[in-house]
Ligand binder design. Structure first.
Ligand code: SF4
Ligand code: SF4
Length: 107
């Protein structure tokens, strides 16, 4: 996950913002009115290292450590693993026998 932008090294080239596939980084003005990269949505970071690779001044640090991705299917296992319950609307849909993907696949 991305951990740091060194504002002293950042020259405001915007390359990191352009290459990030999930819109983690944004540009913002510092107190001197200079454009700098900032980490806007760190939780979205996929640890792909593109920003770090493209930065011409080595101003970014991406840690190789990342949280494991959540499973998305089957939904019951996902909800149980996260300790959450499915939204009420989805549960209703799933028990109708007509609209939930699992029901369609099962025929
Ligand atoms: S490591 Fe990849 S996903 Fe994370 S901020 Fe950099 S470019 Fe974006
Ligand atoms: S690529 Fe590096 S120098 Fe360019 S805006 Fe991003 S952090 Fe700053």
């Amino acid at each position: 996950m991305i951990e740091r932008v060194d504002a002293d090294r950042c020259i405001g080239c915007t390359l990191c913002v352009k290459v990030c596939p999930v819109d983690v980084l944004r540009m913002a003005l510092d107190t001197s009115g200079r454009s700098k990269a900032v980490i806007a949505y760190p939780e979205e970071c996929q640890s792909c290292f593109l920003c770090e690779i493209y930065c011409p001044t080595d101003a970014l640090y991406v840690s190789p450590d990342r949280s494991p991705l959540h499973a998305v299917w089957p939904p019951s296992d996902t909800a149980a693993a996260r300790g959450t319950s499915l939204p009420t609307a989805l549960l209703r849909e799933g028990t109708s026998g007509t609209t939930a993907p699992g029901h369609r696949l099962a025929g």
